[in-house]
Design a protein around this ligand. Structure first.
Ligand code: ADP
Ligand code: ADP
Length: 224
């Protein structure tokens, strides 16, 4: 199984002194839904980059599916973990093109389902026939919240065993947030989900919550 085991992880960015992670430990079993909270700048995004072996670590290990990520190639890691993040870029002109870029094998039905889960269906339907986008020279135009939801749809369509959500409901109203989280969890019963969020209303959807603070991960709460 693709369990994640982080042991005594120590990390600082090259040419900076302070440790972002300082003997951090975390164990996540495949299928778990884990919330990650912590103050801004605590290292949540850095932790995600480290899952992809993006930076060398100074100590400890990240073991994913029994293999150290430092010994795993980028292609393998990205076939196992999808990230929906706020640093999202749109590449092409239409919603569907963007979905196909992330998941070339996705069927029309899969794409519609993913758009439904992220509450973008009404947006698509509201647009003129055959034009699921507002095309201009700068391509697809979406609000920050819409772009974030499109990135979640892309990640869903990749059907990886792990899904990382970086502030998935930022900028959404409460009703849309609750609908999105409910549909997302219903669609991914077996997917492991790491969800970074500062919104307390997202956390009840998680099995367990940890707080990243002072370079370590602290247990914050568990569903009983
Ligand atoms: P969070 O996601 O919890 O807000 P980050 O992981 O973005 O925190 O940042 C953790 C710390 O690492 C911050 O002090 C931030 O300034 C620093 N940091 C983030 N990215 C880089 C980078 N590429 N180079 C150097 N320092 C960085
Ligand atoms: P260790 O024995 O691993 O060095 P510490 O002495 O740093 O642990 O902390 C002991 C306990 O105090 C931790 O298990 C944690 O529950 C609590 N604690 C310490 N620092 C923090 C923090 N920044 N946030 C939350 N809890 C903390």
């Amino acid at each position: 199984p693709y369990d994640l085991e982080i042991h005594d992880l120590c990390f600082s960015y090259p040419n900076t002194g302070a440790y972002v992670l300082d003997h951090a430990n975390l164990m996540v079993r495949q299928g778990e839904k884990l919330g990650i909270i912590g103050p801004s700048g605590a290292g949540k995004s850095s932790l995600i980059s480290l899952l992809f072996n993006f930076w060398p670590v100074q100590g400890g290990s990240i073991v994913f599916g029994g293999v150290n990520v430092s010994a795993t190639d980028a292609e393998t890691l990205s076939s196992l973990i999808s990230v929906a993040s706020q640093d999202f870029h749109l590449f092409t002109a239409t919603l569907r093109d963007n979905l196909l870029l992330a998941a070339p094998q996705a069927s029309e039905a899969d794409m519609n389902e993913a758009l439904r889960i992220v509450q973008l269906t009404s947006f698509v339907v509201a647009l003129p026939e055959g034009l699921d986008t507002l095309v201009g020279n700068e391509g697809l135009r979406l609000s920050g919240g819409q772009a974030r939801r499109l990135s979640i749809a892309q990640a869903l369509l990749r059907r990886t065993p792990w899904l990382v959500l970086d502030e998935p409901t930022e900028g959404l109203d409460d009703a849309t947030e609750q609908a999105l989280m409910k549909a997302l969890l219903a669609a991914c019963p077996r997917t492991t989900i790491l969800c970074i969020s500062h919104r307390k209303s997202v956390l009840p959807f998680m099995d367990r919550v940890v707080r990243l603070e002072g370079g370590r991960l602290w247990p914050e709460g568990e569903k009983t």
